[in-house]
Write a protein that binds this ligand. Sequence first.
Ligand code: SF4
Ligand code: SF4
Length: 432
Amino acid sequence: MSTFSGGLLLSFDKTIQDKSIEQVPLPKKMVIPLKQYVGVPCEAKVKKGDEVRAGQVIGESANPNSIPTHATTSGKVADIVKKSPHYKGDYVPAVIIEPDGKDEWIELPKASGDYLQKSPDDLLNLIRQAGVADFDVDSIPLPTKLGQAKEKSINTLIINGIDIEPFLASRYRLLVERTQDIASGIEILKKILGVSTIYIAVSEDIPALRSAITQNATRIVTLKAKFPQALEKLLVKSILNKEIPPEGTASDIGASIHDVETVLAVLEAVRDGKPVIEKVFTLAGDGVNSPKNLRARIGTPIDHIVQYSGGFRGTPGKLIIGGPLMGIAQYTTEIPVTKETLGLFIQPEAELTIISTQKCFNCGMCVRACPARLLPHVISAYCEIGEFEKAQDYYLSCCMDCGCCSYVCPAKIPLFHWIKYGKLQIAKRVEE
Ligand code: SF4
Ligand code: SF4
């Protein structure tokens, strides 16, 4: 089985894969950020006191690299705030909605069976109107990503069915529960991109998927269950045995990669005219009473999700959006679910890693684990002392943010923390 160098073979409890996706009930208050992707935020198109319905556009931007924001249930706009905490640590504007409990929708266009007759541009337009983002680590508006791919010579479509981290299982569940819809969504992406070679990457083969997709040219590739296989650069390496250039994307080597949830959002946008109002993710970790695979309305506060799942188990230590290796720790449970929520992970206080002040003793374990073939101990040390240019000389920007280096370090040096810090500082300097 073809794979990449480095990475981690982790053994963990896989029972979460057997849990069907559950719908989270509506909360009493929803916080809907006007920016849920990498790009320009939307401007609010509603005002305090307005009544809204699910699917209604509440934010938009004229910038072509943006997608609209929709109300995710019916109710009253309680406030428009300029600074709502964002999971990456900064603030974004947001619309606060008090649900009325009726969950009324705007009138959606009639479902259309002949959507594949539409032109690629018309299909892209429907995807934009529905606010579909690429539900991956750096979530960008899908029309932007597809537009960039169309400008290059794309010949391969890769559908990513591998969960971003080992403890998360939402992509696996979508593959099992919505196999036929995924097959239909792939046909739309095929038409937009004009490709004929399609792969679906899965961590373990799923027979139902195989039988549902035999009617077209799709190939199912079963990849080694090694972290962080779900990252685009490593999918391309494992499936096509090609390397994406350091500052490049998959489209530079003729491929376009989209995860299964994005494929489903494309189908619902085009076939049903349905905007993105929900997100599927896994709530995992020993710090929650009942880990689950969940579907929640965008804007649902994490506190509500935890309460629905039986509350915290023991004293909570760390709440992470994403997974324990690549995710970002949060300081408040008021952060809402967004299009960027790939998972929620709660560590109890007793499991927290104590960061040591020990120095690196050059064991080389972080180097062996690094899938980007970098020298994490060197890059991290330069970032720690503020020598960011020197860190760049060691290819800081090629780091894939996987966290493998920190995970394996026997000295418990927070390598990934310093590397992330270095990237942030460089990004700030570029902005200035
Ligand atoms: S340096 Fe970056 S890519 Fe390499 S292991 Fe650390 S986090 Fe992953
Ligand atoms: S794993 Fe830790 S101790 Fe070993 S070389 Fe890397 S930073 Fe140094």
